[in-house]
Ligand binder design. Structure first.
Ligand SMILES: Cc1cc2nc3c(=O)[nH]c(=O)nc-3n(C[C@H](O)[C@H](O)[C@H](O)COP(=O)(O)O)c2cc1C
Length: 305
């Protein structure tokens, strides 16, 4: 019998562990459908904010030797301006994670309450973006604020599971995860981009990105993601969507050994394209065959034993 790729626990129910993370094809229904049809287990929306917000001007993304720097700047139509989008989304046939952000604790709750009314399957809290000036990452560095945001969102989210998304910049990511769990979080997503980092053009002698600094993603950040997921798994009981630098099935298995129940595939999309979900799911299955693993439960968190 083929190994079973289904992710099924108290919180997640995905046909396989590959997840489209926030920030990649998470704005148009047609793109998300294509990603799901090509094999993804679940789909995350681009983070939705409180008001219409322009992103940073071009260039906002640049390829580096072993990853990508981006400072997209959380552009958003604003949650009140997405009616057409939500109409289309009601036709979806995939598990949907709606990512939200606010500029303060109350705004997180305001956006989450509205979005909860659109009945996504999960609400992810972007308390970890490194590319905006006044908000984002600092929330995810302070256990009190991370807990407060989680608590407020839980109060308005009804039965929809809430997943705070954590930053690797936190001094002790396990403490942030624990504070979120104590505030009622149903799961954790880890990690957001690392950084900020910077690239300087040797000809112009100026930073390449318009915002100068940006979040680092892709293959180079995988060891940091593995460590963060390991620390979060030690600290909490709730399940984890792990991501950061996954390029193939073996990378995904490594994040699961650290404690991830499901695995996001972000920057790899730039090199392997939208079809990488089905392909990487098959690579995970292949690894399971070779290692006599029948279901994912046998490997999740195995590095802790
Ligand atoms: C261009 C770009 C845009 C992103 N936008 C968001 C976003 O809106 N919300 C969010 O929570 N994370 C965002 N991220 C972070 C990713 O979801 C992910 O956490 C990060 O890229 C690490 O995974 P990876 O190495 O597989 O890409 C973005 C990343 C990139 C490269």
């Amino acid at each position: 019998m083929k190994p079973d790729l289904r992710v099924k626990n108290k919180v997640f129910d995905f046909r396989n562990p590959t997840v489209l993370p926030s920030g990649f094809f998470g704005e148009k229904f047609e793109d998300m459908k294509e990603v799901f049809d090509s094999g993804a287990g679940a789909i995350t929306l681009k983070s939705i904010g409180p008001k219409e917000k322009q992103g940073h001007p071009n260039p906002f993304i640049v390829k580096c030797d072993h990853g990508t720097l981006n400072a997209v700047g959380l552009p958003s139509p604003g949650y009140k301006n997405m009616e057409e989008f939500w109409k289309k989304m009601q036709k979806r046939n995939f598990p949907l994670i709606a990512s939200v952000y606010g500029t303060n604790v109350n705004e997180f709750a305001e956006v989450a309450e509205f979005v909860a009314g659109k009945k996504p399957d999960y609400i992810e809290l972007n308390i970890s973006c490194p590319n905006v000036e006044k908000f984002g990452m600092p929330f995810g560095c302070d256990p009190k604020i991370a807990g407060k945001i989680t608590e407020k969102v839980k109060a308005v989210a009804g039965k929809i599971p809430v997943l705070p998304k954590l930053t690797p910049q936190a001094n002790e990511i396990g403490k942030i995860a624990k504070a979120c769990e104590e505030a009622g979080a149903d799961g954790i997503t880890a990690i957001n981009s690392v950084g900020p980092g910077m690239k300087i053009n040797l000809k112009t002698k100026k930073p390449v990105l318009s915002f100068k600094k940006g979040g680092y993603t892709g293959a180079a950040i995988k060891p940091i993601a593995v460590r963060c997921i390991y620390d979060v798994y030690e600290a909490v009981e709730i399940p984890i969507i792990g991501l950061g630098g996954v390029s193939n099935g073996e990378d995904a298995v490594e994040l699961m050994l650290a404690g991830a129940s499901a695995v996001g595939l972000g920057t790899v999309l730039y090199s392997r394209g939208k079809t990488c979900f089905g392909n990487i799911a098959e690579e995970i299955r292949e690894w399971m065959v070779q290692n006599n693993v029948k279901k994912l439960g046998e490997i999740i968190g195995k590095a802790h034993e």
